[in-house]
Design a protein around this ligand. Structure first.
Ligand code: FAD
Ligand code: SIN
Length: 533
């Protein structure tokens, strides 16, 4: 059993930013970061477009960024949180630059600024089209130099430990649920161990893998959200799943799809349907740069109308030099599958991309469970409302990592009574005999979510989805109770929970708002509410 004051689950931007701050504040204490894969295998690494941040006060302003965020969020953002993130953002970006991250600059030394859907100004700083890769690199380099941070890789967190594990009945009505640490599956030894911590930060990222195609890597299985839900903590607004309008379409592909950043449209890329029509002007005055929910729905509608599996992104009018300077990675990827962007249009289709809801936290990143913080994509801070403004999530993760750190340093209780945490009970369980049962259930889950709980929903589809999820849940629980745990089984279980929360939230929301579009309720309700489960 390990003991630590500061436990961090996740090695993306949220977890590493927090770990660095806490470790610098408390050089004599060890900060433990757990991650279930390689340290850099995160959603963060795949971020392309960049970080939305106001740094050109001549042409831009906090007010404009706030307004753009509120408009994209379609009436559901927490305005106070929007102001916090937008106004504190520039300081957090400066810190990241001090830790070594590099962003593209103009010849005069000013940062190059990109534009994406829903932004009224050019304000997105970036590192070519691999911004996330560069940020993750800089953070891991800084962590490497910070001797009191230990990263344990291939360490799968199974559950957070609460009074429930001490034998007490814990329900949603329990007033003061506490987190004492976590049970982890050590993927080197295949044994479950316990880690006891005074404070725990969940920074476990998104859940795109609950859908058939997603821009997210395979780690994005909503583990943090599922763990908090099991521990009877509060989860909010899970129905708001953002589908990125332009993932690269490759016939037959399942799982992670390559993203074509929205910044390509910011630089002038045009969406066209099968007949070559630039259709976005029929849907929104902002055309290709309307907020993401609108563009994704428009593409979905064009695909259904014309019976195609994708639309086209036309960049043939770009100068090759300009395109390759800003988007070298996309250029190479397209070339590798026979698409020369100077001559051919790029086939694109929407794919699950970002979870706007998640673990409900306050403005200091505190979850409803004591000593448990959540930050980054797994959390729901109130910033995104019903639809996240492009490139606001890296910014949110940095701002909230800082706020979690400020809070934890004030609140950490050095005299907390140590609890006798029991070992994990693995009695009566055997190795799973047929892995196919797990992989097939995962495929079914992804199919159900994509067919019935995608960009356009209705009540019948949601009811069907719920019935099928019930069955998958029942079968998976039997497997879970009877066999020893494996990462595949744990992820399946977590994804079914996430799917359930998305469907449940969607079924509760009797309106269409932002990313949640239900044809049975096409308008917005007067009742503006967050759905907390
Ligand atoms: P992640 O970076 O996903 O890190 C999650 C970590 O948690 C990983 O280390 C994972 O291994 C670990 N973990 C998860 N479960 C467990 C478990 N059970 N046990 C142990 N460890 C666990 N946002 C922007 O603002 N701008 C962009 O340009 C942009 N582009 C994007 C492009 C793509 C292709 C994608 C997928 C996302 C993009 N986003 C962008 C969104 C943004 O990248 C993510 O929201 C953000 O990086 C999430 O950071 P995070 O630290 O919360 O989680
Ligand atoms: C993109 O580069 O298009 C993704 C940006 C984001 O998800 O914020």
């Amino acid at each position: 059993m390990q003991k630590t004051d500061f436990l961090v689950i996740g090695s993306g931007i949220a977890g590493l930013t927090y770990a660095l701050k806490v470790a610098q504040e408390f050089p004599a204490k060890k900060v433990l970061v757990l991650t279930k894969a390689k340290a850099d295998e995160t959603n963060t690494k795949y971020a392309q477009g960049g970080v939305a941040v106001v740094n050109d006060l001549e042409n831009d302003s906090f007010e404009k960024h706030i307004e753009d965020t509120l408009i994209a969020g379609d009436g559901l953002c927490n305005k106070q949180v929007v102001e916090i993130v937008v106004k504190e953002g520039p300081d957090r970006v400066r810190e990241l630059i001090e830790w070594g991250a590099q962003f593209d600059k103009e010849k005069d030394g000013d940062y190059k600024l990109g534009k994406e859907g829903g932004h009224s100004e050019f304000r997105i700083i970036h590192h070519k089209d691999i911004t996330g890769w560069e940020m993750e690199r800089a953070l891991l380099d800084a962590v490497e130099k910070q001797k009191n941070i230990e990263i344990i890789k291939h360490c799968f967190v199974v559950d957070i430990i609460t009074q429930h594990h001490l034998g007490y009945l814990v329900t949603k009505a329990t007033p003061d649920i506490e987190c004492y640490g976590v049970y982890v599956l050590n993927l080197q030894t295949n044994k479950i161990e316990k880690i006891v911590a005074k404070t725990t930060l969940l920074a476990t990222g998104g859940n795109g893998q609950v859908y058939r195609t997603t821009t997210n890597p395979s780690i994005a299985t909503g583990d943090g959200v599922a763990m908090v839900y099991r521990a009877k903590g509060r989860i909010e607004n899970m129905e708001f799943i953002q589908f990125h309008p332009t993932a690269l379409y490759e016939a037959g592909l399942r799982g992670q799809a390559f993203l074509i950043t929205e910044a390509v449209r910011g630089d002038g890329g045009i969406l066209r349907n099968k007949d070559g029509e630039a259709f976005m002007e029929r849907y929104d005055a902002r055309k290709d740069l309307a907020p993401r929910d609108i563009v994704a729905r428009a593409i979905d509608s064009e695909m259904k109308r014309t019976g195609t599996e994708h639309v086209w992104l036309d960049c043939r009018h770009f100068s090759k030099e300009k395109f390759t300077e800003h988007f070298p990675n996309i250029y190479q990827k397209c070339l590798s599958i026979g698409i020369d962007i100077a001559k051919n249009m790029i086939p694109v289709a929407p794919a699950a991309h970002y979870s706007c809801g998640g673990i409900k936290v306050d403005e200091w990143g505190r979850s409803s469970i004591r000593n448990l913080y959540a930050c980054g994509e797994c959390s729901s801070t109130g910033l995104h409302g019903a639809n996240r403004l492009a490139s606001n999530s890296l910014l949110e993760a940095m701002v909230f990592a800082h706020r979690c750190y400020l809070d934890v340093k004030e609140r950490i209780n050095n005299n907390a009574e140590e609890k006798a945490i029991p070992d994990w009970d693995a009695k009566g369980t055997t190795e799973p005999k047929e892995m196919i049962l797990i992989t097939q259930s995962l495929k079914e889950l992804q199919q159900v979510m994509s067919d019935y709980v995608g960009i356009v929903r209705n009540d019948v589809r949601l009811q069907r989805a719920m019935k099928r999820l019930d069955l998958l849940w029942e079968e998976t629980e039997k497997l879970y109770e009877g066999s020893s745990v494996s990462p595949q089984l744990l992820e399946l279980r977590n994804l079914i929970t996430v799917g359930y929360l998305i469907v449940k939230g969607a079924a509760f929301r009797k309106e269409s708002r932002g990313l949640h579009y239900n044809t049975d309720y096409p308008g917005k309700s007067d009742l503006v509410q967050n759905i907390v489960l």
